[in-house]
Design a protein around this ligand. Sequence first.
Ligand SMILES: O=C(O)C1=C[C@@H](OP(=O)(O)O)[C@@H](O)[C@H](O)C1
Ligand SMILES: C=C(OP(=O)(O)O)C(=O)O
Length: 435
Amino acid sequence: MRLKARFAGPLSGRARPPGDKSISHRALIMGGLAHGRTEIGCLLNAADVQNTAAAVRRFGATVERGDGDTWVVTGAGGFSQPSETIDCGNSGTAARLLLGAASGYKLSARFDGDASLRKRPMNRVIAPLTQMGARFDAPNQRMPLIMHGGRLKGITYRSPVSSAQVKSAVLLAGLEADGETVLIEPERSRDHTERMLGVFGAAIDDVEIDGARHPRVRAGKLTGANIYVPGDPSSAAFPAAAALIVAKSEIRIEDVLVNPLRLGFYETLLEMGAKITYEERRDPIGEPIANLIVNASKLRGANPPARRAPAMIDEFPILAVVAAFAEGETRIVGAAELRVKESDRITMMVDGLRACGVDAEELPDGLVVRGHGPKSVRGGASIRTLGDHRVAMSFLVLGLASKEPVVVDDADMIATSFPGFADFMQGLGADIAAA
Ligand SMILES: O=C(O)C1=C[C@@H](OP(=O)(O)O)[C@@H](O)[C@H](O)C1
Ligand SMILES: C=C(OP(=O)(O)O)C(=O)O
């Protein structure tokens, strides 16, 4: 479906974004691996997460909807041979975490995904899992592929990329591996797997190597747990950005995960002069939560350091849009990973921004946006999204503050991470509707 966004005055009100996607995937997978019952409150009910739920069922667990947004997983204490293909749809997280989780069991599983996922690199998990003892039939190191699991040995793996998906695959495999498994990455990526493994009773801690701390897991069984999924800061980034760039807006985004390893976008916005405050910080579940109050702001360009990239990897598309409404240059570097997401998000954002009249340029590992302040962006383009949910939401937000409306050619994929996005934004006063 095509959606159109146009300026309709300030945003106001309060809303809770849908549950965090990363935590939702992990809760289902660990619940499926565990012995007994896991109750998950406020699970993100989106396509990516439903693919993980379907996969966990194929590996032998029961996943049922309870009351409201609560889901109940009953694990059999490990994965068993699936009788059908594990279809990961559009989700890199589902694919890579499930490959790791299943690799320590005596089974052979065929994994596949949609056209976008079939293009994404899987060698980053195939390599460490092969070192641990799994085998792969994987022409081109991409989906579709067959994974043969079995007896694994623990390794210390130095990942060339800071990727929570790689880290999680290796740590989940480590639950069934002899000895200990340690994951070293250049910059620490989101640590939800480490935190949640502790909640499920795994033997997980940190080990110091060369002056830095890295996660280590030993073999052991998981026990069902109660998990609460806070609002997704990566989804909250879209209404937050809209409130910043639409004059006179003030919104409150409630119950948002504020894990420091997810806050690079918000940190960068503060450096740009954004008026964002955190209230009611709390930590009921081993993950910090707060409400965000966001006011329209006069922004200046920023140079977020490359080491911050893992903490804002999914927010670069919307940061590029915000940068177009700031005064001065924003230079994004250290973000080459954007080229292997649902689309090449560097090219997609630069092409779309230029079509909207913004001065933007590609770098091999990022992009440069030269902004000229709040009223400077023309818009007026029809944006090609190649089915990338974050590209689609980013340009719809741009259309809320540009002089002319913006159309995105295919908004259906937004449901992979933020179901009800248009309704959510309309509830805050935005004009986003079918084109
Ligand atoms: O582990 C996760 O839940 C995720 C990790 C990130 O990917 P990488 O690990 O490839 O950086 C991120 O882009 C993705 O949306 C979710
Ligand atoms: C990159 C993303 O997800 P995944 O890797 O799970 O497809 C995303 O949600 O932006």
